[in-house]
Structure formats: C-alpha cells, structure tokens
Design a protein around this ligand. Structure first.
Ligand SMILES: Cc1ncc(COP(=O)(O)O)c(C=O)c1O
Length: 454
C-alpha cells in the first residue's frame, strides 16, 4: 500500500537574508524535543496540550545562583521570593525548601504563604493595599510590614494602640533612577518625603522604624540603576543615624532583575544583554558595604527577586492546530495556546522552537493563539521550519507573570507539571468546566429557559 505524502500548495516566498550563515542554521529551527530528558510528546500525551512544564532543577539552580552571588559579597542575606511573579504552590514550596522567605503583596498571597507553612517572621508584606484585618494578622505574626502610604502608617498606629505595644515597621521608599520613575509606591527620597516619613515614624510613640524597602521596577537590565539605589539608600541611612539617631535592622532592596526573555523594544537578544546575578550583586553589595553601618551589626539584606528566579525555569508546550497563508503571503501558524495563558507575549519576543525535527529550512512565520480575537498574537516574524497540524512547539522562559495573570478566556487553563530527576509530577490539574462554573449561581427565575419576565 502506498503512503501519500502530505501536500502543501506551493507559494513563492522571498528569501530572508541571514537565515543560513557560516555557523549553520538559525537557533530557532533547531528542534527541542525534550525537557530535562522527558520527551515533549510523552508530556502532552499524558497531560494534554497546551501544557506548562516546570524544570525544578533549573528553578533551584537559579535560586542558588542569586543567593550565592549576594551571600559571597554581603554577610547577612535573605531572599524573600516575590509570590506575585508565580505563586503556584509547587513553585513556592520548592523555593521555600531552598531557604526562601515569602514576599507578598496582598492578603490572599499572605494566606498562600501561611498555608505552605512559612513562619510569620519569614513573610515580608508589601503593596499599596493592606486591609486592617490583613495588617493585624501580619503584625500579630511578626511579619515584616513595609508601609506604603501615610494612611497605612496611621492604620498601623491605631493597631499599635489597640495592642498596647510599640510596633516595628519598615518604610517603602522610591527614587528617581529610571524613566518613568516608579514613584507611586512608598515615599520619594529626592523630594525629602522619605526622610519626613521616617521622622514621622521615629517620633511616634507607637512605631519603631525597623527597615527600609525599595523596589526600583521590573526587568531592569542596567545594573548601574541598582548601584545608584544602594548608594542613595546608604545616604538615607547616614542621615537617619546622624540626624535622628536611628539604625535600621534591614534593608530590603526588592527585585526587578532581568531574565533571558527579550523585550519587543530590545534590539539585541536578552541572552546577550541580561546581566548575571553576580553583576547585580556587584552593583548593590559594595555600595552598601561602603555605607555608614557598624561592621559588627550590618543590616540584614533582603532581596525580592521574582522573574530572575522563575522565568527561565518554565516552558509552555503547545500544538499546531492549523497552518495558513495570510493575504500578504506570510505563513500563519495557529497554536492551541493563546495570550490568555501567555500574557507576556505582549511584552516579549518569546523564544519559540519546534518540538520535533521537521527540517532546517526556515521561513519567517506569525504565530497566533486560538482565541478568535485579533489581539491573540504569540509572535510575529519568527523563523521556523515547516510545521503541520499536530506538531509541537516549545515556548521558553514563561515562568514569570504568566500563570498568576492567566485567565480562562473561552478555554480552561492547562495543567502544570514539574520534572525533577526525570520524574514528572502534576502541580496543577487542567481546569474543568465544573471548576470554571463552580461559583456561578442561577436565580430560580433564570433556570430552565422560559419567557422573558418583562
Ligand atoms: C515589591 C515588589 N518586590 C518584588 C517584585 C518582583 O519583581 P521581579 O519579578 O521583577 O523580580 C515586585 C514586582 O514588581 C514587587 O512589586
């Protein structure tokens, strides 16, 4: 019996200069058929497509790299992992096993940390909206609360009065370091607001200034920003010591370190521009060590990385559902993963590679999701070899800000699995219609069809 080869209607496509060079084929045409040794096809057959996959070894390695870079250069370092970056239980639990504290920015995240058994004094509570009940819980658990506004400071003073004890607090400050400055969180240093707010705390009968917190922004690939931040933080501490006789117990310098994902606006691939943990540490630690601190009592250095720890540890495996020619002649590839589960596609030129070997002749294609919405674009102008319905693609570096910001828009959200030492475990089941509809309620008058009551 003769087997018929698949037929694709011929089209004339302009050659793209640079596809082949003396080093061979472009990296995006190389197949990437396994994650940590496990075939993508096996993962999809067992857990469905699309599928989020965590490389637990990569996650633990990234955490250790960041910790080691800072602990080498500074005597007392703690990493409080930024939950909002990816608060999947399995991700947080693995990082807590590595020694991470939790950095949370809402009551819900606070509860996530508690349910994973994180002791209260290892939770850093940040963010612009903390309710009175959430503040009370965090304070009673000895968590580190960083005040974002005078309204919050006042609320905590009232809690201190009701508890009849002085409460230790941290203060979030912001600085004019990059454009646009992240000045909506905390108190501004350059305008004098931060110093005034410190004075307000120090002069309060109910509060004690325990720490300072800065988070300069996210995806900051210029390490000079961190050096300036550390220098200005040291200068603020110098004033606090000299003018207000106050020494803080911790300096929380936030997160914001870049990952190897390339922003749409970037010229160079992030692989070549993303600073290493050592470069971030080298920007921050010496500037603090030159600061006005007693070497025997250096403040605890808290870091809150998210993206740099988790982004590169996760992959999204997706299947091709259709291949078509657009009116422009460009090939369009529709996959079963949309921007509802990959919102970072709006910021990044995600690294997308074929999940099997379909040849080395690349063509620039656009990749679309399944959402029946014009905005559902995963990548444009990515060079891929010929792909057919059913083939797999692998999208790299999807660990940061996708799962927590994803939603079930017309489709349930996929399962999430982790691979460790060749073993695959489910971290989250694929959602079902029952789960999605579970909170809906239908009043009797809307049940069973019938006529409009109007
Ligand atoms: C206060 C705070 N800390 C830490 C982070 C983590 O940032 P990133 O994921 O860029 O490291 C964020 C996120 O924006 C944040 O708001």
């Amino acid at each position: 019996m003769s087997t018929r080869l698949p037929y694709e209607k011929p089209t004339i496509v302009r050659h793209t200069v640079g596809l082949m060079n003396k080093f061979g084929r472009t990296s995006s045409t190389f197949p990437h058929g396994r994650i940590d040794g496990v075939p993508l096809r096996q993962l999809v057959d067992e857990h469905g497509s699309p599928l989020w996959v965590l490389s637990e070894a990569a996650l633990r390695r990234k955490y250790r790299d960041v910790y080691r870079a800072f602990a080498l250069r500074y005597p007392r370092v703690v990493i409080a992992y930024s939950y909002k970056t990816n608060y999947l239980s399995g991700v947080c639990a693995a990082l807590h096993q590595e020694g991470a504290w939790a950095e949370v920015v809402s009551g819900m995240e606070y509860e996530f940390a508690q349910r994973l058994g994180v002791p209260g004094d290892r939770i850093v509570f940040n963010g612009p909206h903390k309710t009175q009940a959430e503040l009370e819980r965090a304070i009673d658990n000895n968590s580190k609360v960083n005040i974002d506004s005078y309204d919050e400071m006042y609320m905590i003073e009232e809690i201190a009065k009701s508890r009849k004890r002085q409460l230790e607090v941290g203060l979030r400050v912001n600085m004019e370091l990059n454009y646009p400055p992240w000045d909506r969180f905390g108190f501004n240093v350059e305008s004098g607001q931060a110093f005034e707010a410190c004075k307000r705390i120090i002069s309060s009968q109910s509060l004690r200034l325990n720490g300072l917190h800065v988070h300069v922004g996210t995806y900051i690939s210029d390490v000079a920003v961190y050096q300036q931040m550390a220098e200005r933080l040291s200068a603020l501490c110098y004033r606090l010591q000299n003018e207000l006789a106050t020494r803080v117990a911790y300096l929380d310098v936030g997160g914001g370190h870049a990952s190897k994902n390339t922003l749409h606006t970037a010229w160079m691939p992030a692989e070549h521009t993303c600073p290493t943990p050592d470069q971030y540490a080298e920007a921050i630690c010496p500037a603090l060590l030159r600061g006005p601190f007693d070497p025997k009592e250096m403040p605890l250095l808290i870091l809150e990385p998210g993206r740099s720890v988790v982004d590169e540890a996760m992959f999204l495996v997706a299947s091709v559902v259709a291949v078509k020619r657009l009116s422009s002649g460009v090939k369009g590839i529709v996959i079963d993963a949309g921007v509802n589960i990959l919102p970072t596609a709006w910021w990044y030129r995600h690294d997308i590679v074929p999940g099997q070997d379909t040849g080395s002749i690349g063509e620039e294609v656009n990749i679309y999701g399944p959402l029946c919405m014009q905005i559902d674009v995963i990548r444009t102008g990515v060079t891929l070899p010929p792909l057919r319905r059913g083939d797999l693609v692998l999208i790299k570096n999807v660990g940061a800000y996708n799962f927590p910001q994803s939603m079930q828009f017309i489709q349930p959200r996929p399962a999430i699995v982790t691979i460790f030492n060749g073993k695959v475990d489910v971290l989250r089941e694929r959602e079902t219609v029952d789960y999605i509809r579970g909170l809906d309620r239908l009043p009797d008058r809307l049940k069973g069809g019938g006529k409009s009551p109007l």
